[in-house]
Design a protein around this ligand. Sequence first.
Ligand code: MN
Length: 130
Amino acid sequence: MSRILIIEDNPASLELMRYLLKMSGHEVHAADDGAAGLEAARQLLPDLIICDVRLPKIDGYEVVRCLKADPGFRDVPVIAVTAQAMLGDRERGLAAGFDGYLYKPIEPETFVVEVERFLLAAGRAAPDCG
Ligand code: MN
């Protein structure tokens, strides 16, 4: 079980991601704009952050820039979620500091596996104690 923060302003996307991660036993927190997301990240110290690119108040690029400027978040994976059609987002996002990408529409069959792969890669997956 890992603590995951989702920063997403689209209610349908947020609820789907939240549902899938909770079903897999993760502790899920959510924020629906970039400013609230930064505040939640600092309070919760999540194991992983999923962040929409297009967000009200502070966009995803600025959110990840702020987080990665803080040594406390340097090792916390911040994963962007964006529509696959947005060419150029990937390069721009990696340059801003995102550790990886997940694509919308969310695929219920593979979403959790992909998120857990980022947790494992960062050494943040909690051991399974049965
Ligand atoms: Mn959005």
